[in-house]
Design a protein around this ligand. Structure first.
Ligand SMILES: *Cc1c(COP(=O)(O)O)cnc(C)c1O
Length: 359
């Protein structure tokens, strides 16, 4: 077995102990005589898997009782539509656009109402988070929307926006469970799990109960209504049984290492190793304003696109995979999610240091 250090932005690296446990249970899950892949989602044994997964994420994030946890297919992208469809009252939606993902979400919301872009960092290629302390929030806004960690551009909010009393909706796809989160600051938190938690094909939606409405547009597909999922324990139809099972394992793993504050401490240490290197390097340069740097996705560049490509090729040959920046921005990007060990980040920095010295 030769596992590489995988810096992919998603689907992404997972904790080895979780993969090993899954492997051990693959053919016969806890004496059931079958794989979780083969199980009825209506069986007792599966019900226990989903119940424990929900209980464990509730414990990890300290989710208050008046919030529902929903397991929905369609990834984060389907939520771009489900959120405006389900939260629509006045049909006015305020978006803060800090990168590709919030831009896509705003474009999708336009199909369902009036979208105001109340702040944007597009002027500087999304390399910072705008000051969100006093934004022109619309009196009629049904919610204020952010992408809390922009996966492609590598920015994150150090402070949540002042929404002036409106509900905050946050896409946490690429920072889910990376640090403690005060759930009651939000109306909705959601994310695709394939960045920082588990396998692709599942979004987790954490939503305040009073925002789950039954008087939504009756033409909304039944699958796209939050009440459908909330009223049926996320099993109105067949859920992504496998992804829920694997995420459940990751939740237990995170609990075993001390929960989200322990995870946050480790993530800070890991990011510091890489940013400290970038800050002193003459060859490599981080692309984000220091105060807004993501702990999860670290984009950086050399002096030219040719050199960027050379470095990517050299890292790959040395056992560091997926360091090519997103096609829309170029350069390099190291995604150092929860499951990336500190040794992986240190090894990458050692390699880049050596590369710089030799070139
Ligand atoms: C990857 C990503 C998405 C899209 O996720 P899908 O599950 O592929 O739909 C949305 N938002 C953010 C922040 C992402 O990183």
């Amino acid at each position: 077995m030769a596992r590489v250090y995988n810096f992919s932005a998603g689907p992404a690296t997972m904790p080895l102990p979780v993969l090993e446990e899954i492997q051990a249970e693959l053919l016969d899950y806890k004496g059931s005589g079958m794989s979780v892949m083969e199980m009825s989602h209506r069986s007792k044994v599966y019900q226990q898997i989903i119940d424990e997964a929900e209980a464990d994420i509730r414990e990890l994030m300290n989710i208050p009782d008046n919030y529902k946890v929903l397991f929905v297919q369609g990834g984060a992208t389907l939520e771009f539509a489900m959120i405006p469809m389900n939260l629509k009252k006045n049909g006015v939606f305020d978006y803060i656009v800090t990168g590709a993902w919030s831009k896509k979400a705003a474009a999708e919301a336009k199909k369902y109402g009036k979208v105001n872009i109340i702040a944007s960092s597009e002027d500087k290629n999304y390399s910072y988070i705008p000051d969100c302390s006093d934004l022109p929030v619309d009196d009629d806004a049904d919610y204020v929307y952010i992408c809390e960690n922009e996966t492609i551009h590598g920015t994150t909010y150090s402070k949540l926006p002042n929404t002036k009393g409106k509900i905050l909706v946050s896409d946490q796809s690429s920072m889910f469970l990376s640090r403690p989160c005060n759930v009651s600051d939000y109306g909705v938190i959601y994310g695709g799990v394939q960045k920082n938690i588990g396998p692709a094909g599942l979004a987790i939606v954490i939503i305040r109960e009073d925002l789950i409405r039954e008087d939504v547009d009756p033409k909304i597909p039944i699958y796209c209504r939050f009440d459908t999922h909330a009223n049926n324990g996320s099993m109105y139809n067949t859920p992504n049984c496998w992804a829920i099972y694997v995420c459940g394992k990751v939740f237990k793993y995170l609990k075993s290492i001390g929960g989200l504050s322990a995870m946050a401490k480790l993530n800070e240490e890991k990011a510091k190793i890489l940013y400290d290197f970038l800050d002193q390097s003459k060859m490599f340069k981080g692309t984000v304003e220091k105060k807004d740097r993501s702990l999860m996705n670290v984009p950086f560049v050399t002096e030219s696109a040719e050199k960027d490509a050379e470095v990517v090729a050299a890292t790959k040959a040395a056992g560091f995979d997926n360091l090519k920046g997103h096609k829309s921005v170029g350069g390099l990007r190291a995604s150092i999610y929860n499951a990336m060990p500190k040794e992986g980040v240190q090894a990458l920095v050692d390699f880049l240091k050596d590369y710089e010295a030799k070139h």
